[in-house]
Design a protein around this ligand. Structure first.
Ligand code: 9MR
Length: 371
């Protein structure tokens, strides 16, 4: 008798176990950004350690629902990965790459060569003098081959060099430039390609709508290609504001990079809703209230203007979707944006696609077909 009972119950027990184990089925009707724009380009966001390690479930839900590409805001920068000679800290970047894999997302590496978060030991000797070109080359090669090699086949593409030019088109006087001259950029691309021949390689910079910087980057693409080095795309950061840049100038840069023979990725998109200078148009210093005008909430008129301008940029990206292969926003919700602390801490900014309640902004709801 007993045996028969158990056999009869067995199918029900199996079904109950499977229900426990299988994740909730995605709602077919759920609107998501990746469904809405996935046929145009990858749609990405940045993660931080709290999201990766499960300490921020609200952001985690938004990331998993809406995005199919991820960049880490800081875990792969030189000082975070490699703070001292011979000492690597991979826990956070390993967890980040795993998060992407477990959720079927495209993982982007940011960034290999940057003048910020560059530890002194890489570029200076114990007396504080710049190291020799040979020493820096050896350190660059070792760092790049270790990091890119570790994630070979798992990170789709790397921001190989970040922010190497000034807006007048000249090279930034970074330690890399001071020690190696212009050569540091081709070397970085060469080392990255050697470490993972299948990885895409990008040059990434900000304020790319500025003519001289655009021209400098076009020249760089030509130089790299002339030497047979791999460069797949230019990353246009796109930290834009309400009055800068003109959308037409941004468009000119997309066209110029496409004409130079690379794809374009929008890599750090956000738009501050706050003043970006500390003086008014009459030269008078702005008061603390003027510098942080919306500590509680954005008024409707400001919010409408912000949404309209973001939609203009989005429409531009769609217009060039044969060239623009990824659009990544620099953060998940307004709470997390770096802009709340820029250029001084404690401002309340509204630069991202999701508000402080993790709800999509108006122009995002339009894209989702919810408006
Ligand atoms: O948003 C990033 C912030 O969390 C980091 O503390 C900071 C330093 O690593 O970098 C910020 O991201 C920058 C990006 O790496 C390069 N372009 C400008 C971004 C904003 O400062």
């Amino acid at each position: 008798m007993k045996r028969i009972h158990i056999l009869l119950l067995l199918p029900m027990m199996i079904v109950a176990c499977l229900n426990e184990l299988s994740p909730a089925m995605p709602d077919e009707e759920e609107t998501t950004l990746k469904k809405a724009v996935g046929h145009h380009f990858l749609i990405g966001t940045t993660l931080n350690n709290a999201i990766v390690n499960g300490r921020d479930p609200a952001s985690d839900r938004v990331v998993k629902r809406h995005f199919n590409a991820i960049t880490h805001g800081y875990a792969m920068k030189f000082a975070m990965l490699h703070p001292a000679e011979g000492r690597y800290l991979f826990d956070e970047s390993d967890a980040f790459v795993r998060y992407g894999e477990q959720n079927g997302m495209t993982v982007i590496g940011h960034c290999l060569v940057w003048h910020k978060q560059l530890p002194d030991w890489v570029v200076r000797d114990k007396d504080g003098n710049l190291v020799t070109p040979e020493a820096l080359k050896a350190r660059m090669r070792e760092h790049i081959s270790t990091v890119v090699g570790r994630y070979r086949g798992r990170v789709k593409g790397w921001d190989v060099v970040n922010e190497a030019f000034l807006e007048d088109g000249s090279y930034r006087q970074s330690p890399y430039y001071e020690i190696l001259g212009e050569e540091f950029i081709p070397l970085a691309f060469q080392y990255a390609h050697e470490a993972d021949p299948d990885a895409e390689l990008y040059y990434n910079d900000g304020n790319m709508a500025v003519t001289k910087r655009r021209e400098a980057v076009v020249r760089l693409i030509g130089q790299l290609k002339a030497r047979g080095l791999r460069i797949d795309a230019v990353g246009m950061q796109a930290h834009v504001s309400m009055n800068f840049p003109k959308v037409e100038n941004f468009e000119k840069s997309i066209q110029a990079f496409a004409d130079a023979g690379v794809k374009v990725m929008i890599t750090e998109w956000d738009m501050t809703a706050l003043p970006t200078t500390d003086t008014g148009s009459d030269g008078r210093p702005l008061t603390p209230e003027e510098l942080d005008p919306y500590p509680e909430k954005m008024p409707d008129s400001a919010s409408q203007a912000w949404n309209a301008r973001m939609k203009q940029f989005f429409d531009l990206f769609v217009k060039y979707s044969d060239v623009v292969t990824r659009v990544t926003v620099w953060g998940v919700s307004d709470i997390d944006s770096w802009l709340n602390d820029f250029p001084f801490p404690g401002r309340t900014d509204y630069p991202l696609l999701f508000d402080r309640e993790y709800q999509p902004k108006t122009f995002v709801r339009e894209i989702l077909g919810e408006e």
